[in-house]
Design a protein. Structure first.
Ligand SMILES: Cc1cc2nc3c(=O)[nH]c(=O)nc-3n(C[C@H](O)[C@H](O)[C@H](O)COP(=O)(O)OP(=O)(O)OC[C@H]3O[C@@H](n4cnc5c(N)ncnc54)[C@H](O)[C@@H]3O)c2cc1C
Length: 489
């Protein structure tokens, strides 16, 4: 195909498909053959299978992402989002992370903005829930778990402690199972540093609407996973739906009710809503209709792959499409780049055909489950396979070395149990110091209870001091700063 000029290839999204496609194009394009622009709101690609390990503190968060500008140094990287596409006119509407939106002209499109959490209209979910798809979410959840442990350990209110130490995950697929297993493992480990808490004070709950977990592995391995997690004290509520989450009060369709402050939603994904703002053909699930050659169905010079695309699965026959997984995304990206190059050079393109190899999942340190090419492994061997597989897959030698270094250090040192939650509002301390009434008045209960680790013991706090209730009254000690007076330390 001739454009009369070096064609401009626009890659929408710098995730698995986007980064790998751009990387391969950058390596294989001849001088002056084409230019490549990648539009991505983050400055990095996220290796999502490592998010549970990052949340558990086994991996440094910076090591589970790949900086796009250093890896894609032969491409133009735009930090922003595509908000719409008019492919007929080859125009993309770009909202840069800062500044005025603009139009970008291109010749060849690679549409791969991935997926977003598939939520349900459950009352309270939008207000309190959080997903588990980004580094920010994984680290926020880690911080929150540790913060709640800190709060519970420092409180003598049994209700507060119970609520703070209840962690609810909704959705028992890969992301949910790995996340709950890794975080429970981390919290159990962390209990060693909290004399006021024991693992049995914590309540970890997995709610799954279907009759099994980990549909990605065989039913027998799914059952093994369920039993393993139950054995660790995780409440596995299968065939159960959440009816309401208002103010953290969980109501299940089984009639059970309890309170929590932590709700993690991992109940599947749906195609990115951006696709609705394009002239590309979509299927009934909002995914881009693709051919087996990874071309957008019936559209010229438009390609797609990954979670956002309905790619025919030739290994499973008529009507089947490839599942949203890194396994397919990486392989599709390689073929996608090859096909674009072949098309530019007038050579034949090839169809995508890969039968799902199986899955590996980590269930915490030294625990796992694997079902790969019919080989079923459990426990330590599966966990080792999980690590070996993902180490071989994580992009760039630099990241592999850093991940390996993290794991090696973890053999000799305890994992870090620290919440850097203040990162969410780093200016808070300075704002407070700079505000006119810098020192808040101290609040001391009328009959000050004493919380000691000995008296609180492992379990209920010292109820004899508080009577298990919040203190009835508080008194203020020390003069409150008159407004307008600035405290200078
Ligand atoms: C916790 C977790 C664990 C997982 N573990 C496994 C596993 O073990 N094995 C496995 O096979 N799969 C796993 N997956 C699934 C796998 O990570 C995804 O299937 C894969 O990332 C899909 O690749 P993608 O390129 O389609 O989407 P993504 O990798 O999500 O990339 C999409 C990119 O598009 C960007 N984007 C979004 N909107 C816009 C916009 N408007 N403009 C520009 N860019 C945009 C996003 O920021 C993102 O970087 C896991 C997923 C999660 C969340």
């Amino acid at each position: 195909m001739s454009f009369g000029h070096p064609p401009h290839i626009l890659v929408v999204g710098g995730g698995y498909v986007g980064m790998y496609t751009a990387l391969r194009l950058q390596r294989r394009l001849r001088q002056g053959e084409a230019t490549v622009t990648v539009v991505e709101p983050n400055s990095y690609m996220t290796y999502q299978p490592f998010l549970p390990e990052a949340a558990a503190g086994n991996l440094e968060p910076r090591h589970v992402v790949v900086p796009l500008r250093s890896v894609l140094n032969g491409c133009r990287v735009v930090s922003g989002s595509v908000t719409g596409l008019n492919h007929a006119q080859r125009r993309a509407y770009i909202a840069p992370n800062q500044g005025t939106p603009y139009e970008l002209h291109y010749d060849v499109l690679v549409g791969c903005p991935g997926s977003v959490a598939r939520t349900l209209p459950i009352p309270g979910l939008a207000e309190l829930g959080i997903g588990f798809k980004s580094v920010a979410e994984a680290i926020h959840i880690r911080n929150k778990v540790i913060e709640r442990m800190d709060s519970a350990a420092s409180s003598n209110d049994p209700q507060l402690r119970r609520r703070a130490l209840t962690f609810v995950f909704i959705g028992g697929g890969f992301a949910g199972i790995e996340a709950i297993a890794e975080l429970e493992d981390m919290a159990r480990d962390a209990c060693k540093f909290y004399p006021e808490l024991s693992p049995s004070d914590m309540r970890w709950v997995m709610v799954e609407a279907s009759g099994r977990v980990l549909p990605e592995v065989s039913p027998a391995m799914g059952l093994y996973t369920l039993k393993q997690l139950e054995h660790r004290g995780i409440e596995m509520k299968i065939n159960t739906r959440v009816k309401s989450l208002v103010d953290g009060h969980v109501v299940l369709d089984s009639g059970e009710e309890f309170d929590t402050e932590t709700i993690i939603w991992t109940a599947g994904v749906k195609a990115h809503p951006l696709l609705a703002n394009t002239d590309l053909p979509l299927d009934e699930r909002g995914r881009i209709k693709a051919t087996a050659f990874l071309q957008v169905d019936g559209v010229e010079q438009a390609w797609t792959a990954g979670d956002c695309a309905a790619v025919p699965d030739l290994t499973r026959g008529e009507g089947a499409t490839t599942s949203p997984s890194a396994q397919h995304a990486v392989r599709q990206a390689r073929l996608l780049a090859n096909n674009i190059l072949a098309d530019l050079r007038g050579e034949p393109i090839a169809p995508y055909e890969h039968s799902y190899a199986g899955s590996v999942a980590s269930l915490g340190l030294h625990k796992g489950v694997a079902d790969v090419y019919g080989m079923k492994l459990r426990g330590w061997p599966a966990w080792l396979m999980h690590r070996t597989y993902h180490l071989s897959r994580v992009p760039t030698f630099n990241r592999k070395a850093r991940v390996l270094a993290d794991w090696t250090l973890a053999l000799f040192f305890r994992r870090e149990i620290v919440s850097l939650g203040a990162f969410a509002d780093p200016r808070a301390g300075f704002r407070e110091a700079a505000s006119p009434s810098a020192a808040p008045a101290a609040q001391v209960p009328a009959s000050a209870p004493v919380l000691s680790s000995k008296s609180a013991g492992h379990g209920e706090p010292n109820a004899s001091v508080t009577g298990g209730r919040k203190p009835a009254a508080t008194r203020t000690v020390g003069p409150a700063k008159p407004s307008g007076e600035t405290s200078v330390a």
